[in-house]
Design a protein around this ligand. Sequence first.
Ligand code: PSU
Ligand code: MN
Length: 307
Amino acid sequence: MSADALIRPSAEVADALARRAPVVALESTIISHGLPRPRNLQVAVELEEIVREAGAVPATIAVLDGVARIGLTREELERVAAEPDLRKLGMRDLPPAAALKASGATTVSATSFLAARAGVRVFATGGLGGVHRGWTEDQDESADLDALARTGIVVVCAGVKSILDVPATLQRLETRGVTVTGYRTDEFPGFYLHSSGLPVEWRIDTPAEAAAIARARDALGGFDSAIVVANPVPKELQLDPDLHDRVLAQALEAAERDGIKGQAITPYLLDFLVKGTDGASLEANLAAVRGNVRLAAEIAAALAEDR
Ligand code: PSU
Ligand code: MN
């Protein structure tokens, strides 16, 4: 088995990579597990369009029948959006998925790993996974953090999901050597919220600066870690902070009562928030993702310039 047999870029993505044209990786777990149907398919298509409008090639990543696909056709996107019980694949799930010819949506950890292996340098998502509240008991820390600590990619996100223990997550990112920057902000974004209220040490104001940081990392050598570009949802599109805090408290209580743990907890909490806010959290989530995808395309273009 060779990597070429297991990681397959679409013809369009392969061509763009060969021409050194800008490519943006997109994850599929947000489609399959993070958003309600049938809106999820619409969003998946819309995100690819945003990348194209900004002059880059989208590469939505998923594993289909054991092969990691870098760039999906419309039919394949439909499959990811519609298939019930599609697996959620983190980085550690990639070997069994490949060997057993399974299919699944890829999380931030698996998507960044596969994107980097395929030569894609920029990746956009909503909010990163991280350290869960109650981590002292459950030790639940998303594999996203470890993957980002050893994958040389630029990941554009609206911070980490606000369902998490955000200060603990930022601490882990520091410990694991992941570079964190705030895009046009001095405060770390709060996913559904414009700000988490926590400071971010490096502020950048242009896609060119993000690209320059990635180049500097590569030039220094020895770094195989991600650069996080934390891009806040615009204030006018954020979820109402009071509503956020109230419904999140209910969601955490319900998860505890229902004994939800492990891989199921993130989709459970996100879904609870969508229902408990009458869809307002979904709109804020989508606004954040759209902005991240657009910015990722601009950074990919800036990185492509000097080649
Ligand atoms: N961003 C979103 N919605 C999501 C996710 C990210 O706006 O659903 C997904 C990502 O795939 C991320 C995953 O990797 O949630 C984290 O899951 P866990 O906490 O189980 O590691
Ligand atoms: Mn987890």
